[in-house]
Design a protein around this ligand. Structure first.
Ligand SMILES: NC(=O)N[C@@H](CC(=O)O)C(=O)O
Ligand SMILES: [Zn+2]
Ligand SMILES: [Zn+2]
Length: 437
């Protein structure tokens, strides 16, 4: 196995050091030699990023993404592990399907692919799926979600929360009161009124989060809230955490940056669930993320084939790409925030890099139970890490993305921070910004 010596790299903004990667571990590189030497000057070493919410589309929609193409996009984005959502075709609601996805991830060898199991059979919200069998499978599923749909029946949600306690599992909820979002096309507010499109009100998300934190408290289980998008949701989560409820939450990069005014383009690349909200929601989400009321940034990478996106708004599927842009967007959003203790976003901005490591690697690894991930790249740690050039700016070109789909909302935007290299158990998956497989 190739050994790597990374010279003069700043680990999370600290004074530059040399790191040696050998036998899948990080070692002190001082005075060492290796097969490949990397000039780390001006680069920041972060723990490999961990995504709690990725749609890989295999099995079923391999024309939009495969486990392999999605894994490549993830590695290029600085990720070493992704949690693959269950809304495939067939749905990942059996031990057989989750094992298949897990094996495809192993075969691709670019990131660790951790399948998420469905909560209910076929995501239909009627009968619990075989949660125990999925937990016992080689994929060792610990997180379950009907994402795309909400587990609507409170009795079923309660039973799912109770069931997964036996193996320290967690239910990840797509919080949407469907009866309030019938026909919804975008956020309900001033912009939807102007455009005459049916709105998806904030209360449809908040009502389910409020119900679920109470259920989680009642049964003493772990709840995770997917793609939190409103200021009111942040308030409910703050309240629940103060009460000691075992709830965690994620926010996507697009909900931290983009607003519902994007709908006026009628370009379905801006259509997503939950919908893009308002600037005051963004402000509350950013504050919640800095404060820790929101635990993690998760991409909700949702690739869609051209025919499902390049059509009229009402017919288009919701969802946007995220893996290859998440780190840059998060740096842009967090750099310079005083409440985050963040400085200029440069190589020595230790407060920023620590916050990024916390929200994009350590905490998501802990929530998903991925014990080999989320460790700072210091001697003794597993060599799952990424090297970022904070001074490099790049312009998003959909044609240059590794994802099989093209539905990025960031086309033409110039973003800070470029992933230079990613290592999975000491093996380079990305070098010089290029995928190695
Ligand atoms: N986020 C989306 O708009 N779409 C997701 C489903 C989901 O995350 O709810 C998808 O699978 O395409
Ligand atoms: Zn969802
Ligand atoms: Zn999703």
């Amino acid at each position: 196995m190739t050994t790597y010596l990374i010279k003069n790299v700043s680990v999370l903004g600290a004074t530059p050091t040399d790191l040696l990667l050998r036998d899948g571990l990080v070692h002190d590189g001082a005075g060492q030699s290796a097969d490949v030497e990397i000039d780390g000057k001006g680069l920041v070493a972060l723990p490999g990023l961990v995504d709690l919410h990725t749609h890989l589309r295999e099995p079923g929609r391999e024309d939009a993404e495969t486990v392999e193409t999605g894994s490549r996009a993830a590695a290029l984005g600085g990720y070493t592990a992704v949690c693959a959502m269950a809304n495939t075709d067939p749905v990942a609601d059996t031990a057989g399907v989750v094992e298949q996805v897990w094996r495809l991830g192993q075969a691709a060898g670019l990131v660790d692919v951790q399948p998420i199991g469905a909560v209910t059979i076929g995501l239909a919200g009627e009968q619990l799926a075989e949660l125990g069998a999925m937990a016992d499978s080689p994929a060792k599923v610990r997180m379950f979600s009907d994402d795309g749909f909400c587990v609507h029946d409170p009795r079923l949600m309660r039973r799912a929360l109770e069931y997964v306690k036996a193996f320290d599992g967690v239910i990840a909820q797509h919080a949407e009161e469907h009866r309030l979002t019938v026909g919804a096309q975008m956020h309900e507010g001033v912009e939807s009124a102007k455009l005459g499109l049916t709105g998806w009100p904030a209360v449809a998300e908040e009502a389910i989060i409020a119900r679920d934190v109470l259920l989680a408290e009642h049964v003493g289980s772990r709840l995770h809230v997917c793609h939190v998008s409103t200021a009111g949701s942040v308030e409910i989560l703050r309240h629940a955490k103060a009460r000691g409820v075992h709830v965690t939450a994620e926010v996507t990069p697009h909900h931290l940056l983009l607003t519902d005014t994007r709908a006026c383009t009628y370009d379905p690349v801006n259509k997503v669930n939950p919908p893009l909200r308002t600037q005051s929601d963004i402000d509350a989400l950013r504050a919640g993320l800095a404060e820790g009321v929101i635990d993690a940034v998760a991409t909700d990478h949702a690739p869609h084939a051209t025919e499902d996106k390049e059509c009229e708004w009402a017919r288009a599927r919701p969802g946007m790409l995220g893996l290859e842009t998440a780190l840059s967007i998060t740096v842009q959003v967090l750099a310079g925030r005083e409440d985050a203790g963040a400085g200029d976003g440069g190589v020595t901005d230790a407060a920023l890099w620590d916050l990024i490591a916390e929200r994009m690697s350590r905490t998501p690894a802990r929530i998903a139970g991925l014990t080999g991930h989320g460790h700072d790249p210091v001697p003794g740690a597993p060599a799952n890490l990424t090297l970022v050039d904070p001074a490099a700016r790049w312009t998003v070109d959909p044609a240059a993305l590794a994802s099989r789909s093209r539905n990025t909302p960031y086309t033409g935007m110039e973003l800070p921070g470029r992933v230079v290299a990613t290592f999975l158990r000491g093996e380079a998956t990305v070098l010089d910004g290029k995928a190695q497989k």
